[in-house]
Design a protein around this ligand. Structure first.
Ligand code: 16G
Length: 244
C-alpha cells in the first residue's frame, strides 16, 4: 500500500491508516516499537513533518506513546467500559486487574439542587458524600463521587471502605441489592485537581459519567465520576430488531 498523492484524503491521514494496518498485520505486541519517523518518511516518500503529524495524532488518541530518545511504541488497548450494573471491583476483577480505592473525601452533607433532585429526596436531607480514586493494579483509572441518602445507609460514615467494595458493603450490611440503574456518559476535560490525581496533564480528555442506581425503584446512589479517556472506550452491540 502506498500514499496516493492525488487522493483528497490528507497524506498524514493516509499514513495513519497505513500504520494502523501495519500494526494489525504484523500483530505488533504492546510496547513494541514502530519504525522511526525517518524510516517511515523514506518508506512512504513523506516529509518528516507529515510523519510527525500522524504520530502526534496517534499519540493523542492513546494508540501510541513516545519515549524521548528511544522511539514510539504501541500502547495498551483501552478497557471497554462496562455498561452493566457491575461495581468497579467486579469489573476490574473480571478483567484480571486488582481493584483499588483510595479515600479522597468522606462526609455527611445536606443534599442540594441537582443531588437532591437526582436522589429524589428533600433539599437539606443528609447524604453521604464519598470521593474515591479508583485504581487497577495500582494505576489511577477514575475518580468516583458517590452520594447516598443517609436514610438508606445509616452509619455508613463509620464503616471503613478501604480495600472494600461499596456495593458489597451496601449488600452485606444494609441488604441493598441494586436491581436497576441508568447512566449518562459524556466527553469532558479534566480540571487540574482531578488531572493530578489521575496522573494526566491538565485539560486531558476524560469521560464524565453520571449513574443512578436503584433498589425497588428507590434511588440509593448518585455517582458522578471522571474516567480516563485514554484508558477507556465504549463498545455496544447493535440490535437490528430495535430499528425505527
Ligand atoms: C461503579 C459505579 C459507581 C459505584 C462503584 C462501586 C460509576 C460509573 N459506576 O464504578 O457508581 O460507586 O461501581 O464500586 O461510577 P465498588 O463496589 O467497587 O466500591
Amino acid at each position: 500500500m502506498r500514499i496516493d498523492p492525488a487522493s483528497p484524503v490528507p497524506k498524514y491521514a493516509q499514513l495513519r491508516d497505513l500504520l494502523l494496518d501495519w500494526i494489525e498485520e504484523t500483530q505488533l505486541s504492546v510496547d513494541g516499537a514502530i519504525p522511526s519517523e525517518r524510516e517511515l518518511g523514506v518508506r512512504y516518500g513523506l516529509s518528516r513533518m507529515t510523519v510527525r503529524q500522524t504520530i502526534d495524532h496517534l499519540v493523542s488518541e492513546g494508540k501510541l506513546y513516545r519515549v524521548p530518545g528511544k522511539g514510539t511504541f504501541l500502547a495498551r488497548p483501552k478497557i471497554e467500559m462496562s455498561l452493566r450494573m457491575a461495581s468497579f471491583t467486579e469489573d476490574m476483577r473480571s478483567r484480571g486487574f486488582a481493584p483499588g480505592a483510595q479515600d479522597l473525601a468522606r462526609r455527611v452533607e445536606a443534599a442540594r439542587g441537582h443531588v437532591a433532585r437526582m436522589l429524589d429526596i428533600d433539599t437539606g436531607a443528609p447524604v453521604h458524600h464519598i470521593e474515591r480514586l479508583r485504581t487497577a493494579d495500582g494505576e489511577p483509572m477514575a475518580i468516583e463521587r458517590s452520594n447516598i441518602p443517609l436514610s438508606v445507609a445509616p452509619g455508613l460514615a463509620e464503616r471503613s471502605l478501604s480495600g472494600r467494595s461499596l456495593y458489597q458493603l451496601l449488600e452485606d450490611e444494609y441488604g441493598l441489592i441494586l436491581d436497576s440503574g441508568e447512566q449518562t456518559i459524556e466527553a469532558g476535560l479534566c480540571d487540574p485537581t482531578d488531572a493530578r490525581l489521575l496522573g494526566l496533564p491538565p485539560g486531558s480528555a476524560v469521560l464524565l459519567l453520571q449513574r443512578r442506581s436503584f433498589v425497588n425503584g428507590k434511588c440509593v446512589e448518585l455517582a458522578i465520576s471522571t474516567y480516563r479517556a485514554d484508558r477507556y472506550q465504549l463498545h455496544s452491540t447493535l440490535d437490528p430488531r430495535q430499528r425505527g
